[in-house]
Design a protein around this ligand. Structure first.
Ligand SMILES: Nc1ncnc2c1ncn2[C@@H]1O[C@H](COP(=O)(O)OP(=O)(O)OP(=O)(O)O)[C@@H](O)[C@H]1O
Ligand SMILES: [Mg+2]
Length: 372
């Protein structure tokens, strides 16, 4: 699968653009602020129906306009698939595939997988557990549609249950039968999510370790990802019942998979505290490459790889190792951004790879071929 053509209307700083891509390597080059990351975000949108950067669709409309449209022509085993994602102010966002309107977002996610490696990944290490849960949720959702359905159900039920706890406190009366029906629904979805998260991690960690070892080559560093959950070794419905008193006091649900965490470990210590910047960067890249590999295994389909400012994050040795992987044909289509055109050209030349270059300048695209 690869993206053949991208059309944009009023998406962020791109008022109108049409780009025809190479099936392998494409580079977006140009000054800071020229819109390279925004192009990657448009591709991300076609896959995830949302931005990797802005949580609100409104923020992605070109300033002063009233809507945006992203259109992608994907080549899937030599068949053309047209995906359109559009949003008009005051209306609902629409995703269309081959003219078929109203596909559900949960059904679309995972059909055209992408893996993004970007500077903001560092937040995965520094932020709270929510971002790490979101990372794994997003990966699993691409592989298992019922996971996403269960996650939506769980979040909905959790909200409802918390409102119920507050309503009980307000009215000074507790309806335990009603609480039991809420708890049982929450427990079914929660148990499913827990089981899938646990299973995924078992396969994920060895891949992740393999990539880390490859990038750092024979270092004495030892990395791991550990799953923490209230549900490990406990039956969820029983825990919910056991903690009801506390929940009624605190007016929120204090056990469940919404509190899960994935600990990032380096040499038996928390990466956040102990890892050097270089070690943290290598950790994140290995994490994303393991994501890529997991999708390939489960879907028999190579995701599109979006590499935002990747070269900035790596020393020469690691760039060399990464390009070695790339040239082995491990990856499918790739989009690379770089503010330094010369550097990217040199790296690609050294790796012996042809690439399509798009140089962004004064709102236009200059297209070139880098041929070896
Ligand atoms: N909704 C919007 N409408 C118009 N312009 C926008 C919108 N959102 C962001 N921009 C502009 O897009 C530009 C940033 O684009 P982008 O992040 O893609 O740049 P970049 O080429 O990746 O830069 P860098 O090399 O610094 O990473 C900013 O100048 C920003 O003002
Ligand atoms: Mg950028």
């Amino acid at each position: 699968m690869f993206l053949q053509k991208l059309r944009l209307y009023n998406f962020k700083n791109h008022e109108e653009a049409t780009l025809i891509f190479d099936g392998k390597i494409n580079c977006f080059l140009g000054k800071n602020g020229s819109g390279k990351t925004n192009l990657l975000d448009a591709i991300y949108y076609l896959s995830f129906t949302k931005s990797a950067i802005n949580p609100y669709d409104l923020q992605n409309i070109n300033y002063g306009q009233d809507g945006f449209l992203i259109k992608g022509d994907f080549n899937v085993e030599d068949k053309l698939k047209e995906v359109i994602c559009s949003f008009q102010q005051g209306e609902k966002k629409v995703i269309r595939e081959d003219e078929q309107e109203g596909a559900r977002f949960a059904e679309h996610v995972g059909k055209y997988p992408v893996v993004l490696i970007a500077p903001q990944d560092i937040e995965l290490i520094w932020d709270g557990s929510e971002l790490r849960r979101r990372f794994f949720d997003s990966l699993i959702s691409q592989l298992d549609r019922s996971y996403l359905e269960n996650l939506i159900t769980y979040n909905h039920q959790l909200k409802q249950r918390n409102s119920l706890l507050r309503a009980f406190a307000e009215h000074g009366k507790i309806d335990f039968d009603l609480l039991e029906t809420y708890d049982s629904k929450l427990a079914v979805a929660g148990e499913y999510i827990h089981k899938v998260r646990k299973e995924l991690l078992m396969g994920f960690v060895p891949k992740f370790n393999g990539h880390y070892d490859f990038l750092v080559q024979g270092g004495v560093e030892n990395v791991d990802i550990q799953y923490r959950s209230d549900l490990l070794g406990a039956d969820f419905i029983t825990s919910l019942r056991k903690n009801r008193k506390r929940d009624l006091l605190l007016l929120r649900t204090t056990v469940g998979i919404h509190r899960d965490d994935f600990l990032f470990i380096l040499n038996k210590k928390e990466l956040k505290r102990m890892g050097s910047q270089g070690q943290q960067k290598s950790f994140l890249i290995s994490l994303k490459l393991a994501e890529f590999q997991t999708i390939v295994e489960k879907k028999k389909l190579k995701p599109i790889l979006l590499l935002d400012d990747i070269f900035d994050k790596l020393d020469d040795f690691r760039i060399h190792q990464l390009m070695k992987l790339v040239s082995q044909g491990t990856f499918g289509q790739m989009f690379i951004t770089d503010a330094r055109q010369g550097r990217s050209e040199q790296i690609l030349k050294e790796a012996g790879m042809n690439a399509r270059l798009f140089v962004l300048e004064n709102r236009t695209f200059k297209e070139e071929w880098l041929k070896i």
